[in-house]
Ligand binder design. Structure first.
Ligand code: SF4
Length: 348
């Protein structure tokens, strides 16, 4: 027998687990999803090295249809919580270069999202509601359908309450709940995020050229194209430029306090020099639990070297010269670029 539980109760439970916004949409197929992804692959907007196109297309078919996740799905519960914090994002000062992490990585936002989502699903399950084990759907499209927000020109979901400083979640369930309506709102004539993007990666409203997006550049492996290196500034993990520029985000005052910090040593803006010479002991002490900030990873070391070049502080010269002798060609190549960049700083 299907349990009797009303929408209000569902929302209250979601709020209790820390999701400030809880809305409902139908699980009908997201028919535009496949078309949009195929068009973007054809236009060369996805990097080939990220994942094979065949794999993307296989995933797209699965994601477009929520019934693949739960054959007797009746509703999708869409949730969002705000992760905005007020921590100073760049602690760089003369003689002490620091890196910058996007706000979503300054705290354990994604770990927290999974914990809350799991607790919510477990409680619904206890009440006799079937919840899909894996909620494979196009998250942003579901959020738009449920009226959580609209898609901004930077492709992110913009909410009226928290701008785009939100983590999106969803649960596919087998109970009928009254769906919400999409918002009748959009960005209007605003172009702030398009102008703010350092690499001009926002090709058209809502369309990102991932190859140029700093979010992708910081996590990709291998060489960063020369013409994009100075655009990365001292960003180590992802980028918030388009979000910082958005008027809806500037208006957010909310300070979230209950997302676990990952910061025993200013990891929301880590000191750069120690990251290039970390010992195994220090790694275990400070970084073991933090997969996106693993100083042993070649990509992170490369980002640190680029950041040191872009900051241009001569204090980095000795460690960059050491990197010229690295056994890793990626580090040698970027260190050579960074040193030239610093010398240009000094002579210009
Ligand atoms: Fe939309 Fe302006 Fe925000 Fe970009 S900056 S997402 S155009 S409101």
């Amino acid at each position: 027998m299907t349990p009797i539980i009303n929408k209000e109760e569902i929302i209250k439970i979601g709020n209790r687990f820390g999701f400030e916004i809880v809305k409902i949409c139908s699980p009908k197929q997201f028919t535009d999803y496949e078309k949009i992804v195929k068009e973007r692959i054809r236009a060369g907007l996805y990097p080939e090295e990220l994942i094979s196109y065949e794999e993307i297309l296989k995933d797209v078919e699965t994601y477009a249809n929520p019934y693949n996740s739960l054959p007797d799905a009746k509703s999708i519960i869409c949730m969002a919580f705000c992760y905005y914090t007020m921590e100073q994002t760049d602690l760089t000062k003369p003689g002490e270069p620091h890196g910058v992490l996007a706000r979503a990585y300054q705290r354990d936002v994604y770990g927290e999202k999974h914990r809350r989502e799991k607790q919510y699903a477990e409680l619904l399950h206890k009440k006799g509601i079937k919840v899909a084990k894996r909620n494979l759907i196009p998250r942003k499209m579901a959020a738009i359908r449920a009226g959580i927000g609209w898609q901004g020109k930077n492709s992110l979901i913009i909410t009226e309450e928290f701008g785009s400083w939100i983590a999106l979640s969803n649960l596919i369930v087998n109970i009928e709940l009254e769906p919400d309506n999409p918002l009748s709102k959009d960005c209007g004539s605003c172009q702030s995020c398009i102008r703010a993007c350092p690499t001009s990666a926002i090709q058209a409203p809502g369309v990102i050229n991932v190859n140029k997006c700093i979010d992708y550049l910081t996590c990709k492996t291998g060489v960063i194209p020369q013409k994009l290196r100075d655009k990365m500034g001292n960003r180590l993990v992802s980028c918030d430029c388009c979000q910082e520029a958005c008027p809806y985000n500037k208006a957010v005052k909310f300070i979230k306090k209950d997302i676990p910090s990952i910061d025993p040593v200013y990891r929301h803006s880590p000191a750069l020099l120690p990251l290039l010479s970390i010992t195994e002991d220090d790694f275990r002490k400070y970084y073991l639990d933090c997969e996106f900030l693993d100083p042993r990873s070649e990509s992170l070391q490369r980002n640190v070297i680029i950041a040191l070049g872009n900051i241009g502080d001569p204090i980095a010269i000795p460690i960059l010269q050491k990197c010229l002798k690295s056994t890793k060609s990626i580090l040698r190549e970027h260190a050579k670029w960074a040193l030239e960049y610093i010398f240009n700083f000094k002579t210009n």
